[in-house]
Design a protein around this ligand. Structure first.
Ligand code: PEP
Length: 249
């Protein structure tokens, strides 16, 4: 059976616990659960427990962490481990988001350690990959994405709870999105690399980068786009509920 289409909301450094409570009251009033679709929220760490506990009784809704450290504990001021976020109610973690890579300087090697820690800790890993504008203009998209994947996928078991998010850096928060056809082509390349590691073709591959109510249906209509990872357009509960109501043809 195919896996549910995944709508993932990355709240980045927005939505404090009090705001999260009113957001979810509104979202839950609007959202109609349906078979074959799940929705995940990635709030800032201070709001994780609030969001996870509010969603606890809703099987199709979950909460996750925006990032984790690979060590389980230790002197890593400001960092969060897999056991810590798990106890706060996280079911998943984003790894290698472009802001982690390009704002905080996270390397492919660190991303690999994080994916391994997340999977070993029993959470779903959503590995984010994507090229910069310069790399795209230089015709390097497939090579960059393949390099990011290969660095993180060695040793990942075929039954691992893994999702890939293809997020071109130039499309994140810019209002420019890849065309559905370009996104689908990148997704096809991602599946080739997954195959190199014996990972199933059924592994979900999401698209992220300026997804909104106006473009989500066309993106999900492409074969191989199994969901979306959304930043800005997930911050308004009405708009996010409308995006999550999109039916994949
Ligand atoms: C993101 O943060 O992963 C993202 C895709 O942001 P936006 O939807 O705002 O481009």
């Amino acid at each position: 059976m195919s896996q549910p289409v995944l709508f993932a909301a990355n709240w980045k450094m927005h939505v404090a616990p009090g705001e999260a409570r009113s957001y979810l009251d509104r979202f839950l009033a609007l959202d109609a659960p349906r078979v074959g679709r799940s929705v995940a929220f990635f709030p800032p760490a201070v709001s994780l427990e609030t969001v996870a506990s509010r969603l606890h009784d809703h099987d199709h809704l979950s909460a996750g962490a925006q990032d984790v450290h690979w060590e389980a504990k230790g002197a890593f001021t400001g960092a969060l481990s897999v056991p810590l976020v798990r106890e706060s109610g996280a079911a998943a973690a984003l790894i290698g988001h472009s802001e982690r890579r390009h704002v905080f300087g996270e390397t492919d090697a660190e991303t690999a350690l994080k994916v391994a820690a997340v999977l070993a800790g029993g959470l779903q890993a959503i590995l984010c990959v994507g090229e910069t504008l310069t790399q795209r203009e230089g015709g390097e998209t497939d090579a960059v994405v393949a390099r990011q994947l290969r660095a993180a996928l060695a040793g990942v078991a075929p039954d691992a709870d893994l999702v890939i998010a293809y997020e071109p850096v130039w499309a994140i928060g810019t209002g420019k999105n890849a065309t559905p056809e370009d996104a689908a082509a990148a997704h096809a390349g991602i599946r080739v690399v997954l195959g190199e590691f014996g990972l199933p073709t059924s592994t979900r591959v999401l698209y992220g980068g300026s997804v909104n109510q106006g473009n989500v249906a066309a993106l999900l209509a492409q074969p191989g786009i199994d969901g979306v990872l959304v930043g800005g357009a997930s911050l308004d509960p009405d708009g996010w509920a409308a995006i999550c109501a999109t039916i994949r043809p």
